[in-house]
Design a binder for this molecule. Structure first.
Ligand SMILES: [Zn+2]
Length: 353
C-alpha cells in the first residue's frame, strides 16, 4: 500500500505567549512528556538562578543541572550527570547555548527535550541541530527536535533587545536561503522539499512584512513562531537547507576569519541575505530587505558591525569554503575579488544610506 501522507517530526506542544512560563508545570505534566514528574532541568549558572527560583516550586520532582558553557565537553558532562537519574525528559531552560547543550545531552541519554527559550537570537530553538564549540571551532550535531517548545514573551522582553534583533536577521535570511535552494535545483537538479521551503519562506516573509517593532508583543509572537517553524522546516527536509544558504556561509566566514570581532549570528545572516539577494539580481527584494533590517536596528553594511569593505570582500570570497557541498548564489557566480568589490559598490548604491 502506498504511503498516504508523511509524518513530520514535530513538538507535541508549542506554547508561545506572554506568561507561558507560569504554566510550564502544566505543559510538562502532559502524559506524553512526563508522567512521573521526574525531570532533569538544565540552566545556566548565572541568569538561570532567577528562573530557577521562579519555576522550581511548581516542579518538586525536578533535579537541576548547571551548564558551564556551550562546548561539546559541557554537553557530554551534562549527559553524564543526567545518566543515572531515571528521568522522563530533559528541560533546557535558557538561551541558545543552554538549549543546544540540553538537546545534545538529551539525545545522548535517549530522552525527549523540552526547549524553554529565554531569548529569540536564532532559529535553533526548535531545530534538529545542536551547535556546540569543539576543538576544531564550532560543530553542528544532528539531534531529534524538541518534544515541546515554550516561549514566554514577557521573559523575551527582559532579554537584551539585541537578541531579538539577531532573531529577525536569522528569520528574514530564510528568504535568501530558499532562493539558493531553488537555484541549486535549477542548476544542479538538487531536490527541493516543497513543504520545508514553503514553511521557511513564509516564516521569513511574515517577519519581513510585519509592521510592528521589537517592543510589540504582536511582533514578538510572529518572530517566535517564525523561528519555531524554521526549526521544524529543517526537520521536514532533514538538513539546514530551508534556513541556511549564502547568508549563512557569509555568517560562518565572519566567525571563522574574525572569531574575536564577529557580530551576532542574525546580524551577520541578515546582512549576508540582503547582499546575497542583490547578487542574485533580486535588486528590489534586496533593497526591501535592507530597509526592514535597518528599521529594526540591524546592520546592512559591514562598517555598521566594525568591518572594512576589504574585510567584507574577503569574507564573501571565503564564504563558500565554510560549507563545502552547499550550492548557493556564491558558488554559482564564483566571483573573483575585483568582481566582489564592484558588485558591493553597486549594492551600497542600490540600498542607499
Ligand atoms: Zn541561522
Amino acid at each position: 500500500m502506498p504511503v498516504l501522507t508523511r509524518l513530520i517530526p514535530s513538538p507535541v506542544v508549542v506554547d508561545i505567549r506572554p506568561g507561558a512560563l507560569d504554566d510550564l508545570a502544566c505543559v510538562l505534566a502532559d502524559e506524553r512528556i512526563s508522567q512521573s514528574g521526574r525531570l532533569a532541568i538544565a540552566v545556566s549558572g548565572g541568569s538561570g538562578a532567577r528562573l530557577r527560583e521562579r519555576v522550581a516550586p511548581s516542579l518538586p520532582g525536578a533535579d537541576w543541572f548547571e551548564v558551564g558553557g556551550g562546548t561539546i565537553d559541557d554537553a557530554v558532562r551534562l549527559a553524564g550527570a543526567m545518566k543515572a537519574g531515571r528521568y522522563d525528559a530533559v528541560v533546557g531552560l535558557g538561551g541558545g547555548k543552554i538549549i543546544d547543550c540540553a538537546k545534545f545531552a538529551a539525545a545522548r541519554v535517549g530522552l525527549p527535550l523540552v526547549a524553554v527559550a529565554t531569548n529569540l537570537a536564532h532559529d535553533g530553538l526548535c531545530s534538529p541541530v545542536a551547535t556546540l564549540d569543539n576543538d576544531a571551532g564550532r560543530g553542528s550535531y544532528g539531534v531529534p527536535n524538541p518534544i515541546a517548545v515554550v516561549i514566554d514573551l514577557n521573559v523575551i522582553r527582559e532579554a537584551p533587545v539585541r537578541f531579538v534583533r539577531s532573531g529577525i536577521g536569522d528569520a528574514v535570511s530564510n528568504i535568501s536561503a530558499v532562493a539558493d535552494w531553488e537555484l541549486s535545483h535549477r542548476v544542479n537538479g538538487e531536490k527541493v522539499d516543497g513543504l520545508a521551503a514553503a514553511m521557511a519562506r513564509q516564516a521569513g516573509e511574515a517577519v519581513l512584512r510585519h509592521p510592528g517593532g521589537v517592543g510589540d508583543d504582536g511582533f514578538l509572537q510572529v518572530l517566535a513562531e517564525s523561528l519555531v517553524l524554521t526549526g521544524i522546516a529543517m526537520s521536514v527536509s532533514g538538513d539546514s537547507r530551508p534556513g541556511s544558504g549564502a547568508c549563512h556561509e557569509i555568517n560562518h566566514a565572519f566567525d571563522l576569519l574574525h572569531p574575536q570581532r564577529a557580530a551576532a549570528h542574525g546580524e551577520q545572516c541578515g546582512l549576508g541575505a540582503a547582499f546575497a539577494m542583490y547578487l542574485r539580481g533580486a535588486h528590489d527584494e534586496s533593497a526591501a530587505m535592507a530597509e526592514v533590517l535597518r528599521r529594526h536596528g540591524l546592520p546592512v553594511l559591514p562598517e555598521e558591525i566594525g568591518f572594512t569593505v576589504d574585510e567584507f570582500v574577503r569574507v564573501v570570497e571565503f564564504a563558500p569554503e565554510t560549507r563545502p557541498g552547499r550550492f548557493t548564489i556564491l558558488e554559482h557566480l564564483d566571483l573573483k575579488t575585483e568582481q566582489i568589490k564592484d558588485v558591493y559598490a553597486d549594492y551600497v548604491k542600490a540600498i542607499g544610506s
